[in-house]
Design a protein around this ligand. Structure first.
Ligand code: HEC
Length: 191
């Protein structure tokens, strides 16, 4: 056999094997298929919210180790309730107290997205959900809210107060402070 002929024969044989293999591993949906590498067919990865056969408590998602601080958020060292809110009012300082145009622009946006549905765009407490039957929140233009320090407002948004739930999971801390600056603008009546 000449070298060229031998080469062609080998190439054809290899091709036939490849085509055969391809046909063998091609999944067909009408018959039971062969599973060659079963670990690849059935992943051993466990679902985040599912059960676990190896981790503590039989669940995949484990509690954070004590002292862990999630990225981007600092721990909020104030508990629930009015006293803690007042303490926050005395101790915390709004990092955006200078109210630059960018701060106010963002604050207005955040307020419009997360607060106006209840407190309405002017802060009087006649938002859409009130129109539909929810008890109106107190006006943010009333003396009580006017007298609160920024830190107290921050506490109310972060921890919630009475019928108003915490917004800490929805609004980043920086945006909470900015929304407070916008509440101040509403209270000053310059908008
Ligand atoms: C789902 C409706 C709702 C949303 C959204 C909401 N609030 Fe409230 N808010 C309330 C209600 C109701 C109260 C009264 C709570 C209570 O004392 O029972 C309240 C109370 C307050 C108070 C205290 C007023 C006072 O006189 O005690 C402040 C300040 C406040 N909200 C600011 C905000 C800001 C800022 C946002 C947006 C980040 C916001 N709220 C989002 C319903 C809401």
């Amino acid at each position: 056999m000449s070298l060229a002929r031998e080469f062609v024969m080998t190439a054809v044989a290899v091709l036939l094997v490849l085509v055969g293999l391809d046909a063998a591993v091609e999944p067909r949906h009408d018959v039971r298929n062969y599973e060659i590498f079963t670990e690849m067919v059935y992943s051993k990865a466990q679902e985040s919210f599912g059960e676990s056969s190896v981790l503590a408590g039989g669940v995949t998602q484990q509690e954070l180790v004590e002292g862990v601080v999630p990225r981007g958020e600092l721990p909020f060292a104030y508990g629930d309730g009015t006293e803690e809110a007042q303490r926050a009012g005395r101790e915390l300082v709004n990092p955006f107290a200078n109210s630059s145009p960018e701060t106010l622009k963002r604050g207005r946006q955040v307020y419009g997205i997360f607060c106006a549905n209840c407190h309405d765009s002017r802060g009087e407490g006649r938002g859409r959900v009130v129109e539909r039957g929810m008890l109106p929140p107190p006006s943010l233009l009333a003396a009580r809210a006017m007298a609160m320090a920024d830190g107290e407002l921050f506490h109310i948004i972060t921890r919630g107060q009475g019928n108003m739930k915490s917004h800490a999971a929805q609004i980043a801390a920086e945006d909470r402070w900015k929304a407070i600056r916008w509440v101040r603008v509403l209270q000053e009546g310059t908008q």
